[in-house]
Design a protein around this ligand. Structure first.
Ligand code: CP
Length: 325
């Protein structure tokens, strides 16, 4: 790693591991104390208003967003986060096509170039493990905005933050992870993050071709965390506090027949909402295709657009923490 120790090795602002956090690459970097402290910062970010002194805390800083895969929420919420705190942005989307990656430049060379321009880099890439490679190539903070089927740690953080806000606790609850559990980096990162909390029970509801992989099941088992696979979504819905639906990710299937087998199997509709307890929440990392019917959006338990907005506050908090401001 080219990372050089910063002169302030600890940030006295934070009591937890946030004090020494240098990058955000994997959900496993965050223990419970770090998440809770980050959520307190995010709560404060919700109160930042345009023109208030806090809205200029990142003035003079530049963030680069390099996105090799499409995004609406992650890129725009990072850019909004930087803008709402007074910082600047240098950005490329479709980086595989519109950056010099198209001419054969390596990820490492691109990263070493960009760190000369910006104070923090946000990277979305199509290859699992690319964010770790990128973080090791530079001496500035790197945020993984999703690396192929690998990890999406900022999504996991905003998801845990959303669960806390929606159901009022992070211990003693049941969650159903539904849909594409094999390729879904959001559910994999979320399951890993939730191992930090007590008495969380997982249900996995997925078509046969995209079941949750053994590494996550083994992780839960090794930590004594209860999980079960199920096929009856209505029955599971009746027993959970959080129903976390995901899209079947067509772009990750090598075989179109497998995609056809998986798509349309588990849909959140009025029948599922009728089964779901009144105090529960439906979450989805978005974008959705047809796996939550639009009819459900007006239900107070439909939390997915609130969840997307929480991404703004979590990303504002992460920028503050990583830039040591
Ligand atoms: N949830 C999420 O990562 O959305 P985008 O792909 O739109 O960024």
């Amino acid at each position: 790693s080219r990372r050089v120790a910063r002169d302030a090795t600890r940030d006295a602002t934070y009591a937890s591991g946030l004090a020494t956090l240098e990058s955000c690459v994997e959900a496993e970097q965050f223990d419970r104390a770090m998440m809770e402290e980050l959520f307190d910062v995010a709560d404060a970010m919700e109160r930042v208003r345009p023109g208030a002194p806090e809205s200029t805390m990142l003035q003079g800083y530049l963030m680069s967003t390099l996105f090799y895969e499409p995004s609406t929420r992650t890129r725009l919420s990072f850019e909004a986060a930087m803008g709402r705190l007074g910082g600047g942005i240098v950005s490329t989307e479709s980086a595989g096509e519109y950056s010099s990656a198209a001419k054969g430049e390596t990820l490492e060379d691109t990263m070493r170039t960009v760190e000369g321009y910006a104070d923090i880099v946000v990277l979305r890439h199509f290859t699992a493990g690319s964010a770790r490679r990128a973080a090791n190539a530079i001496g500035k903070p790197l945020i993984n905005a999703g690396d192929g089927p690998g990890q999406h740690p900022t999504q996991a953080l905003l998801d845990v933050y959303t669960i806390r806000k929606e159901i009022g606790r992070l211990d003693d609850f049941k969650i159903a992870l539904v849909g594409d559990l094999a390729n879904g980096r959001t559910v994999r990162s979320l399951a890993s993050a939730l191992t930090q909390f007590n008495n969380v029970k997982f249900y996995f509801v997925a078509p046969d071709v995209v079941k949750m992989k053994d590494d996550i099941k083994d992780l839960l088992t090794s930590k004594g965390i209860e999980w079960e696979e199920a096929t009856d979504l209505a029955a599971v819905a009746a027993d959970v506090d959080v129903l976390y639906q995901t899209r079947i990710q067509k772009e990750r299937f090598a075989n179109p027949e497998d995609y056809a087998k998986a798509s349309g199997k588990y849909i959140v509709d009025r029948t599922i909402m009728d089964a779901l307890p009144k105090s529960s929440v439906v979450m989805h990392p978005l974008p959705r295709v047809d796996e939550i019917v639009v009819d459900v959006d007006d239900d107070p338990r439909a939390g997915y657009f609130r969840q997307a907005q929480n991404g703004l506050f979590i990303r504002m908090a992460l920028l503050k923490v990583l830039l040591r401001v």
